[in-house]
Write a protein that binds this ligand. Structure first.
Ligand code: GRF
Length: 206
């Protein structure tokens, strides 16, 4: 909670929005004291926008054409989020790397979900990277966002086994189940005021 008001969350998406759906479900169930103030998509056809609209959540299509640089695009994103008094930014399948403009506007208040056990397999196609490497376990990581690619302080991780006959699709599906649970849990820790960041370490308060 922020004071006695629910924490205002801004969710950035690019695609299908199954993580967004899981977060909405936990909020609707009364488990997370938060309001989704807006869902912003850099893709006009993202199904996540349809999901949000179905719950009356304000949506913004914010495409990157027309911006001279990534920093200018991010400055416009910050303006959208600040106008809606957002306190926590959630990257739920948002397929862009943030610049210092976004990161500095929301210090330790931007969360991302990555489909691997960081620091292993950052970047794109993390599930295929895990299969190619031959690991026995993979999973997902929720972390705060800094200016690197999937390098920020780790909040929570969940582990899944990798089966011998896994394909990118079957492993992704197993990991996604954990993503939905783990991401919501990390957001709940934040909105309950139970997260303290000390350098790279995220302490979870009792
Ligand atoms: C997830 O696999 C997440 O790990 C990655 O992007 C995907 C988003 O899926 N960052 P969805 O849009 O939430 O269904």
């Amino acid at each position: 909670m922020v004071g006695d008001l629910p924490c205002r969350i801004g969710v950035l998406v690019s695609g299908s929005g199954t993580n967004l759906q899981a977060i909405i479900d936990r909020i609707e169930a009364g488990d997370i004291p938060a309001t989704i103030a807006c869902v912003i998509s850099n893709k006009s056809d993202a199904y996540a926008l349809t999901r949000a609209a179905g719950y009356g959540i304000p949506t913004v299509v914010h495409e990157n054409n027309g911006y001279a640089s990534r920093r200018e695009y991010d400055a416009a994103t910050v303006a959208i989020l600040q106008k809606r008094a957002v306190k926590l930014v959630v990257l739920a399948g948002f397929m862009r790397i943030l610049t210092d403009v976004m990161v500095n506007a929301f210090p330790n208040a931007i969360m991302n979900i990555h489909p691997a056990l960081l620091p292993a397999f950052p970047g794109l196609h993390a599930q295929q990277q895990a299969l190619d490497y031959g690991v026995r376990y993979s999973g997902c990581t929720v972390h705060f966002v800094d200016c690197g690619t999937d390098t920020g302080p780790i909040i929570l991780q969940s582990v899944v086994p990798v089966e011998q006959d896994d394909t990118e699709e079957t492993l992704s599906a197993r990991i996604q189940k954990e993503e939905h649970r783990t991401f919501s849990e990390a957001i709940k820790l934040f909105t309950d005021g139970r997260i303290k960041v000390e350098g790279r370490h995220v302490r979870i308060l009792p």
